[in-house]
Design a protein around this ligand. Sequence first.
Ligand SMILES: [Fe+2]
Ligand SMILES: [Fe+2]
Length: 198
Amino acid sequence: MLTEEQIIQNEEEYSRLLMSTGRKGIDGLLRHLKENTDFFTAPASSKFHSNFNGGLAMHSLNVYKNFKSLLQLKDIPMDEDGIIITSLLHDICKCNYYIKDQRNRKKDGKWESYDVWTTSKSLTVPLPHSARSIRMLRGFIQIKFLEELIIFYHMGPFGGEDFEYRNLLKQVNEQHPQTLLFYTADLISSYLDETSEA
Ligand SMILES: [Fe+2]
Ligand SMILES: [Fe+2]
């Protein structure tokens, strides 16, 4: 769980990084996230990593730090603006997606209600996870080919089960190692750096 102060600090850090890219249209995208979406208060998942208020922005910042470290560790080049754009925006498809709901459970013989996160069943952009983020981004900024590959394949083997997807993933990981490091940074953030709440 994050305090109100931590949520505000993360929003400031996120905004500062995004604006530092100087990418044309980035101010409009940031304004959109702040004014029309729940991005800075949304969870990163409903049941798993960072499933609490502000989890999505915190997860994005964790991916930024881990991705940058892995690129340095393996001495693989990537422009700073590309690291920021991919890390901070790879999961924007999750804004306006999670809904707080209530369930009942019996505890020590007594019924009590508790909060759960569920997901929206009617998406305005009905595309799968990665493709939805790319589509949402493109309404505001242009992204480079490598950035598109990184975001599209950020789920690694969990992004698709068909033969063609798996073949392309292998090819892309070999030819553009940034994609493999990004997938790894996303996993490290979700499984090692972040917790979930029951
Ligand atoms: Fe994701
Ligand atoms: Fe992610």
